[in-house]
Structure formats: C-alpha cells, structure tokens
Design a binder for this molecule. Structure first.
Ligand SMILES: C[S@@+](CC[C@H](N)C(=O)[O-])C[C@H]1O[C@@H](n2cnc3c(N)ncnc32)[C@H](O)[C@@H]1O
Length: 254
C-alpha cells in the first residue's frame, strides 16, 4: 500500500500509540526524508535551530569532551552535527534512527566529522550498558512507540552521572497563544507540509502526536519512574516546546 492510501484515520490511530504506530512512523519518516530539513525550518520559522542549540547546551558536553554521545531518533542528524562542532569536542556522536532514509538524507552534513550513523530502534539500542557520556533526543521521543521502554533504554546506555536531554513540542498554557498555536498546528502546518512534502498524512500526524504526548510534569514523572534522577524541565517559546533533563544516578541499579 502506498503512503497516499493511508487515510487520516490511520494517522490518528498511529498518533495514539501501539503496534500500528511503529510501522506508520517508520514509513512516514522514510517517505518525507528528502524534504524533511527544508520543511522543518520553514514550518518552525527556523526557531528549531535555536531550540536544538539550547537543548545541546543542557547536555553538559564540557564535562567530558572526549566522551561518546548519542543523538537518539537522530533523523537527518542536525543535533549530532551541532554536538560534533562544539568547541574543543574530540569525542564521538552516535546518530541512531530506525528510518534509514532519514540518516541517508543527512549524510552530507556529517562528512568529515566524528559521527557514526546507526540504524536502530530507540527501545533496543545496539550499545552496551553504561557506555555513553550523554544522550539527547530532539523531536523524536514523541514518535517512539513505547515511551517508557525508550526512557529505560536511554538510562541503560549512560554512564552513572550521564545526562539525557529531551527536546520536544509541548502545548502553550496561555489561552490565546494556545488557540493560535492550535490553529497553526492543525490547519496551516498540515497544508504547507502536504504541499512541500507531497505526503498526504505525515503532517496531520504531527499535531495529533503532540496532543497525545504527556505534558511537562507527566514526562518528568515518567523519566523519574524510568530511573532518572535530578529531573528538571524548562519551557521554550512560551510553552511551544520544552527541554527535559535527567541523569543516570551515580549508584543506580543498572
Ligand atoms: C521529527 S524527526 C526528528 C529528527 C531529528 N532528531 C531532528 O531534530 O530533526 C523524528 C525521528 O525519530 C525517528 N524515530 C521514531 N521512532 C523511532 C524509534 N522507535 N527508534 C528510532 N528512531 C525513531 C524517526 O525515524 C525520525 O527520523
């Protein structure tokens, strides 16, 4: 079946989670990969670059400039590329994503840098436990079928004291802003997304997946339940996005 045969009901069901979600998400990102970067910057009015840099600043790379880091759900590897360009960085960044076309679409931007792209699922990483100085996921965790499994997996691969940073969309709390945001997200964004990507449902899935994703407090609780300590979060652009940070405990059970 072609992606264009998938109707918006499927996008809705996929956004809610479950087995359908994994296959749907992998397929839409594989299909929109060639236009992903362009659409990202157009639809976010380029604010996404600033948000990514802020999230990377929370990773604490200066604590271990020679360490190994993970860009989870790396997509076209914008985050991995930024981390590898940090001043005095001499470590390695693993860019993990289960949609290989996304990694391929970003191949150009990582040429000559210490980035290792890996095709892998966030809930089952091919990385030994306790290896990574830090991990970061930008606009990816919302798409993973099995949020709690992915959080536990991120914790597993970190060294004790290693940080996990989550940059993700959220929903503004101020009423007027929320109304404007939801109009843009549910009406303008799917239209532009469809025009540029030629994909009928991918940009309907996006606002639905945000609506189904836990709000900041709930995500913070889920991180703690997964075993993270020192969990904190901050809002970006009046609540349009948020950054969560947690650490693997120094005396963790894993
Ligand atoms: C919105 S893109 C974000 C890409 C990139 N991090 C960025 O900042 O632009 C979401 C990415 O998550 C990936 N993804 C979703 N679920 C995944 C999973 N279970 N395992 C690995 N990657 C996944 C998708 O393939 C897609 O490339």
């Amino acid at each position: 079946m072609l992606a264009t045969d998938i109707d918006s009901a499927t996008a809705s069901a996929a956004a809610a989670g479950g087995a359908e979600k994994r296959a749907y998400v992998k397929r839409i990102f594989s299909e929109i990969a060639p236009r992903y970067d362009l659409l990202n910057h157009v639809l976010s009015l380029n604010i996404d670059r600033r948000w990514r840099r802020k999230a990377i600043a929370s990773l604490g790379v200066e604590r271990d400039l020679a360490g190994r880091y993970l860009d989870l759900c790396a997509g076209t590897m914008d985050v991995a590329a930024e981390v590898s360009r940090l001043p005095r960085f001499r470590g390695v960044v693993i860019g993990a994503d289960f949609a290989e076309p996304m990694l391929r679409a970003g191949a150009q931007k990582i040429r000559g840098s210490a980035i290792a792209p890996v095709t892998a699922d966030a809930v089952q990483l091919p990385i030994a436990s306790g290896q990574l100085a830090g991990a970061i996921v930008a606009f990816g965790i919302r798409n993973v079928a099995g949020l709690d499994d992915a959080l536990r997996e991120a914790l597993r691969v970190l060294v004790p004291g290693g940080r996990f940073v989550i940059l993700e969309f959220s929903t503004p709390r101020m009423r007027l802003l929320r109304v404007l945001y939801q109009f843009y997200f549910h009406h303008v964004l799917p239209l532009i997304g469809r025009l540029i990507s030629g994909h009928r449902t991918a940009y309907q899935y996006l606002p639905r997946s945000v609506a189904n994703f836990p709000v900041e407090e709930e995500l913070g609780r889920r991180m703690e339940a997964a075993g993270f300590t020192k969990v904190s979060w901050s809002s970006l652009s009046f609540g349009v996005a948020a950054i969560h940070v947690g650490e693997r405990p120094l005396n963790g059970r894993k």
